[in-house]
Design a protein around this ligand. Structure first.
Ligand SMILES: Nc1ncnc2c1ncn2[C@@H]1O[C@H](COP(=O)(O)OP(=O)(O)OP(=O)(O)O)[C@@H](O)[C@H]1O
Ligand SMILES: [Mg+2]
Length: 300
């Protein structure tokens, strides 16, 4: 991974990386996503929040081609994601982790990362099976890089331990290392703090900031509001598959509709929340450079 931080001129036009336009997804009689539109800019830590069942993971699954939407498009750096096969998603520069951890439980931590790395190698998975000389050399380089990634996420001391023997927090960090092995431009994390204790969450927050500072844009689903509001420069709120609000964390957390969705009817009035206009207009972001004005600062 490049150690060069993303160039973030305060006045510069933010570069749109992902434009999601009117995505809808239905499961039988259930409308899981309705007309969802938003944009992610290079350098964002973009939060995706909403109550249980709001459609957050479904949106990840649509963006990574696990599900086909009935309607809408998702343009990622010129690629129409909805036309790609799931295995092509990593090749265009998107990697993800899963809400329910998906590791090879009986392989070591380093082997799990090496598997992630194979999408970026010439030999590929088939070469790894055939094992000629060039492949073996490449394999050594892959192992070295996998070790560096384990160091990067802070679990190099567990490199040779079987994945299932790792603590929950370490398994989540291992999933991040495996995702980073594909050298993504956009890293999508589905509830990375789930099951972590407060001190693990602090370390995770530092890791996500480091990843962004090293040039990887982050899309983050998370229920830990302190983490989301402190870390993200932009937040999208889903409720029943619809966009409820979109904007800076400071705007979103004051939005009465958001307060109501989380705390129930009447809560917005009790909280004395000021109405803040959700700034969902991508064009407005481009003209103001708003997405990067909050980098590194915390709105909570
Ligand atoms: N493969 C599927 N088949 C049928 N229904 C599904 C499927 N995947 C998701 N759903 C339904 O779609 C809705 C949205 O689910 P989703 O998992 O996207 O929510 P979420 O916002 O990620 O929730 P959580 O915070 O609990 O993870 C839910 O009602 C869920 O039951
Ligand atoms: Mg989910």
């Amino acid at each position: 991974m490049s150690a060069i931080p993303v160039h973030r001129d305060q006045g510069a036009m933010p570069e749109l990386l992902l434009v999601v336009n009117r995505i809808s997804k239905r499961f039988g009689g259930l409308q899981a996503l309705s007309d969802v539109s938003f944009g992610i800019c290079k350098g964002d830590i973009y939060g995706l929040i909403g109550p249980n069942g709001a459609g957050k993971t479904t949106l990840f699954n649509v963006l990574t081609s696990l599900y086909q939407p009935e309607m809408g498009t998702a343009n990622f750096m010129g690629h129409q994601l909805t036309r790609l096969k799931p295995h092509e998603i990593a090749q265009v520069g998107i990697a993800r982790t899963f809400q329910n951890i998906r590791l090879f439980a009986n392989l070591s931590a380093i082997e799990n990362v090496m598997i992630g790395r194979h999408v970026r190698t010439r030999a590929g998975v088939l070469g790894a099976v055939l094992r000629n000389r060039a492949t073996l050399e490449e394999e050594r380089a892959i192992e070295q890089r996998a070790y560096e990634l384990l160091e990067y996420v802070g679990i190099a001391d567990r490199a040779n331990d079987i994945a299932r023997s790792l603590s929950y927090g370490d398994q989540r960090r291992l999933e991040i290392a495996r995702a980073l092995a594909t050298e993504p431009t956009l890293l999508a994390l589905d509830e990375p703090a789930a099951g972590m204790n407060p001190s693990e969450t602090v370390v995770l927050r530092q890791l996500i900031e480091k990843i962004r500072n090293d040039g990887v844009t982050v899309l983050l689903i998370e229920h830990d509001m302190k983490l989301v509001m402190g870390l993200c420069n932009r937040v999208l709120v889903l409720e029943y598959g619809r966009v409820l609000a979109e904007g800076k964390p400071s705007e979103v957390q004051r939005d009465p509709r958001v307060i109501e969705a989380y705390l129930g009817k009447g809560a917005a009035g009790q909280a004395g929340a000021a109405v803040a206009a959700p700034a969902s207009d991508i064009a407005a972001r481009q003209s103001t450079g708003a997405s990067h004005s909050n980098q590194g600062r915390h709105d909570s």
